[in-house]
Design a protein around this ligand. Structure first.
Ligand SMILES: Cc1cc2nc3c(=O)[nH]c(=O)nc-3n(C[C@H](O)[C@H](O)[C@H](O)COP(=O)(O)OP(=O)(O)OC[C@H]3O[C@@H](n4cnc5c(N)ncnc54)[C@H](O)[C@@H]3O)c2cc1C
Length: 306
């Protein structure tokens, strides 16, 4: 880490989206600081899929490779730390970190991702991303021959049932208590021979994240290998909201087509702005961010020049 405390751009979040912005900005000769706390949302997943050139790679290996390539540019600095607070100043922004450091920049990028909120089922979080899956596009092909069920209620269950049938048509939905599916959704699900089980779940029996059984509150069990589920999420970092950035109804940071937030000089990219969560998407929005951000800086400097 350099001693410099003042940067053109601070990027909070140094995972796929953050590194993508940093590479483009670094190559555009901007002095950039990345602050990252090291908790990407896919950290438990053994293999990442559906991104050409990196299919089946370990998520951390993709990020490590990105970091190595980005830090080759002497314009980019990296700090492992948690950004905890912010101040708006005359010249831009100040970001303070958990370890007590303060940095300033003209512009901010939040590439901070989302935090998935685990349900109160013992064993669920340990299996998350390993055998409890959120996305068949990311992991469906690999588990297509394994006994697979759905654990969620309401519209998410209806949507997942439709989706997962593309990979597996022998399915049961476990709603963990009274079903919140509408009558119409229930009828449609039953028409496709998908059963609905409303028993309450206490835990998932597993070995190192490999699920073996659902254990219900009446002590009965159900054996299976794979579960699809959908969890609620929240913004991993609250600083954009504290700076006045608006969120969408879904809880994502509101951005325009160039990833600019509703607050001047603040951009956001990756998962925190879009429900289509994928490594490739996070990287592409990082690239888009850089284009507008750097153009804005070029125009500002051009106008000021005399
Ligand atoms: C279980 C699981 C499996 C997945 N599998 C796949 C797959 O196979 N293929 C695929 O394409 N996609 C997959 N995804 C989606 C993919 O992981 C995400 O789309 C991608 O990680 C988003 O990248 P990001 O950079 O936006 O956010 P993240 O990768 O989540 O990174 C955000 C970073 O910001 C940091 N951060 C947050 N707040 C702060 C702060 N205040 N200060 C400093 N740092 C901060 C975090 O520590 C983290 O390092 C999966 C997702 C999950 C949850």
């Amino acid at each position: 880490m350099a001693d410099n405390k003042s940067f053109d751009v601070i990027i909070v979040g140094g995972s796929y989206a953050g590194f993508s912005v940093a590479m483009s900005l670094g190559r555009a000769l901007r002095n950039v600081l990345i602050i990252d706390s090291g908790l990407p949302c896919n950290r438990q997943t053994p293999h990442s899929h559906n991104f050409i050139t990196q299919d089946e790679e370990k998520p951390s290996a993709i990020a490590e490779k990105a970091k190595k390539q980005v830090l080759k540019y002497d314009t980019v600095k990296f700090l492992t730390d948690l950004a905890v607070s912010r101040t708006k100043t005359d010249k831009g922004f100040e970001i303070s970190t958990q370890s007590g450091k303060i940095f300033s920049a003209k512009k901010l990028v939040f590439a901070t991702g989302l935090k998935d909120i685990m349900p109160n089922i013992k064993g669920f979080s340990e299996c998350w991303g390993i055998t409890v899956l959120h996305c068949p596009y990311c992991h469906g092909y690999e588990v297509k021959n394994q006994k697979t069920e759905i654990l969620v209620s309401g519209y998410a269950a209806f949507h997942l049932a439709q989706l997962i049938r593309n990979w597996k048509n022998d399915l049961t939905i476990f709603t963990n208590g009274k079903s919140e599916l509408t009558q119409e959704q229930t009828d449609e699900i039953k028409r496709h021979n998908i059963s609905i089980v409303e028993k309450e779940i206490t835990s998932l029996k597993h070995k190192d994240g490999v699920v073996e059984e659902i254990i219900f509150s009446d002590n009965s069990t159900f054996q299976l290998k794979v579960i699809y589920s959908r969890t609620p999420f929240e913004q991993h970092c609250k600083i954009p909201e504290l700076l006045g950035c608006e969120l969408t109804e879904q809880g994502l940071i509101k951005v325009d087509a160039f990833q600019k937030t509703t607050v001047d000089n603040i951009f956001a990219c990756g998962d925190n702005t879009n429900p289509l969560r994928a490594v490739s998407y996070a990287i592409s929005t990082g690239n888009i961010t850089e284009v507008l951000l750097n153009n804005a800086m070029i125009e500002e400097e051009f106008l000021r020049w005399q």
